[in-house]
Write a new protein. Structure first.
Length: 319
């Protein structure tokens, strides 16, 4: 009887005005042709074993940490919005997708007793002309709205969207979801990172003026080398974006110096040495040496008489 009572209580709660209002918000936010984001561009070689999730540290320089925290005025919520915005730029630059959804945990400060939810889907429609500042402002609105409507359970929501055909490609969203977490404002995950269903997680932690991070990833979907590049690229985007906030997201630098050199120099090596051939002058001189008495040409004078010239004679006249 206890499970039945819990189910009745849940139905009663989800039918309350508060939850119905939150449901309406999410239905409006997520309805439509929403594609999952697949970043597994360089998948590793398949093997018969199921590999354990791996972790790679994101190396954030001290100066960049200080700049980001100062830019966010010591606010961890603002810091998270900035980090999530950089992640969306990274996804856009990797895939050219403009409809981008990432997953956030619930906001700890807004947790309610008996909360039935775990994930928040942060969806934004980007444009190629929007600046990094524009994206941060859009992400701020999306994130704060999500935190205000975080009680409605996402599994019930996605099931409703699928049943009513208000959302497309739901399986792609579930299979390729990308999480972004800041530990100071988000509760601990109910699933350990090594057992998470998410194939890609960006996890950050702030301690005073120090910001650290790491990427938890499924090695069956992402190679170690690919994740190493991804970690460097997210740092470069944070660095360039925080210094050039009015730059369009399509123009933000994210490649490493070595990658830029490869792109601009190694892939653009059009200077090839020409094959060495003697000039016409030198070829004529060689022929004179070889055949000095052979007839080179026949000239005619004004009376129409032919005057043959040998190579040796022609050469002397040229001198």
């Amino acid at each position: 009887m206890k499970p039945m009572k819990q189910k009745i209580n849940q139905i009663s709660i989800l039918s309350s005005p508060l939850y119905l209002a939150q449901k309406a918000y999410w239905v409006n936010k997520l309805s439509g042709d929403t594609n999952g984001i697949d970043l597994s561009f360089d998948p590793p070689t398949e093997s018969g074993d199921i590999p354990s999730p791996q972790h790679l540290d994101i190396s954030i320089p001290t100066g960049l940490c200080t700049r980001l925290i100062k830019l966010c005025k010591q606010s961890d919520v603002s810091l998270y919005i900035l980090l999530a915005s950089a992640l969306k730029v990274l996804i856009y630059r990797y895939t050219q997708a403009l409809d981008i959804t990432i997953i956030s945990p619930l906001y700890t400060a807004n947790l309610t007793p008996g909360n039935m939810n775990r994930d928040l889907y942060l969806r934004d429609i980007l444009t190629r002309q929007m600046t990094f500042k524009d994206l941060i402002l859009a992400m701020r609105q999306t994130t704060l709205d999500a935190y205000r409507n975080q009680d409605y359970p996402s599994d019930k929501l996605l099931q409703y969207l699928q049943n009513t055909k208000k959302i497309n490609h739901l399986d792609a969203i579930r299979d390729h979801n990308i999480h972004c977490r800041l530990k100071s404002i988000h509760p601990p995950s109910p699933n350990p990172e090594n057992k998470s269903s998410s194939p890609l997680q960006f996890i950050y932690s702030r301690q005073d003026s120090r910001l650290t991070g790491h990427i938890a990833y499924d090695p069956a979907k992402y190679s170690d080398t690919y994740i190493q590049h991804m970690a460097a690229h997210i740092v470069n985007l944070l660095d360039h974006g925080s210094q050039h906030i009015d730059t369009p997201i399509a123009e933000l630098d994210f490649l490493t110096p070595a990658e830029m050199q490869t792109l601009l120099e190694s892939f653009n090596l059009t200077r090839n040495p020409l094959p060495h051939h003697p000039s016409i002058h030198h070829r004529f001189q060689a022929w004179v040496q070889k055949n000095p008495q052979s007839v080179a040409l026949v000239a005619q004078d004004n009376q129409g008489r032919d005057w043959p010239l040998t190579y040796n004679q022609l050469n002397r006249q040229a001198d």
